[in-house]
Ligand binder design. Sequence first.
Ligand code: PMP
Ligand code: GLU
Length: 390
Amino acid sequence: MNNKNESLSSCARRVPTSGTMRMAVLAKELEVKGKKIIHLGIGEPNFHTPKKIIEAAYQAMNDGKTGYTTSRGILPLREKIAEVHMKDTAVDINPKENVILTPGAKASLFAAIVSILDPSDNMVVVSPYWPSYEGIAQFIGATTKSVQAHYDDFGFPSETIKEAIDKNTKILLINSPSNPTGVIYDLESLKFISDISTDNDLYIITDEIYKKIVFEGKYHQYLSVSKSLERTLVIDGFSKSHAMTGWRIGYTIGNKEIISAMNKIQQNVSTCVNTPTQYAALKAIELEEPTRKMVQEYKQRRDKAIELIEQCDNFSCRKPDGAFYLFIKYDADIESEDLVLKILQEAGVAVTAGSVFSVDEKYFRLSLASEMEDILEGLRRIDDLITKIK
Ligand code: PMP
Ligand code: GLU
């Protein structure tokens, strides 16, 4: 027990530091030392939570709603979530059995994946992918099998995905609109995914946290295609749609046995989502206008940034259809992990390395959830730096 690391459980040793959070920590450390940083790293809306949502939380606290709730969360919010999704997908959702509220979509993903995978199982994901999917599988000791998306358009790799599925595959996890690429899966891909799920008896975990942030084209919810909750788990939340990252509320809609297993985990871990936050979300779910305004702003930022990128010799970027990131390919002989550190230290700009999203090619991710002038100034500084090191 002398070696500190050896005193930790194998779970604790396996679980990785989150790549998205690591950069935010480094940037903050530099700021504490007095360096001015342009934050284009972490994906966190730079908007205030709409006032009506804050007032709803305040009202709930004044009304004495400050104790625990049931671990699945307050029924009126589960009912509203079920109602909205039933309207959109025409699938029957029982708010008492098929819905659970969790402290963030991250907690939903954790409880869902832990409820399904054993250490001998694997989960298939399409790269580039958000790092916590793999982090959660690592916690369990299960394997993540990554299948590369088409690099031209980041479309769903229908041809190769079947090769990755074996007898130990329990989950195919999809994320549309995608963090980091902003790609949105078309109907044909979703139908293909639904068929794979039936043919191989797989759970489809569909992370739809960015589904309200769509710039172009029609967004199709996976549930409107699978038409059944038997093998579907929809993950969503309010962090991105209503600028509520710090409130910590997300939810899962899905198969009642899995929801029930997730509920047992929640009873032992967090009890329930913070109570005033649940009432705040009950207000948020009726508000569409604040989201519409944010999406409009992200779109303007995306268009201006893409315009600038097209003028730079060092970059290229596929225009994202949704979410609020640019996944930028750069032209320089340096690994993405080393490049982003250099960018942070020498140019004072925080961005996230492509390697965090399991991509070996030369990419970095830039978040559009910052002021326009910061995005454009950040891009100029990165372009200058790459020109210098080339
Ligand atoms: N899924 C994806 C793809 C994300 O980018 C994030 C980060 N916000 C989450 C899930 C988790 O969101 P939260 O826990 O804040 O609801
Ligand atoms: N999802 C955001 C990101 O990708 C926030 C960080 C996190 O939740 O890991 O930057």
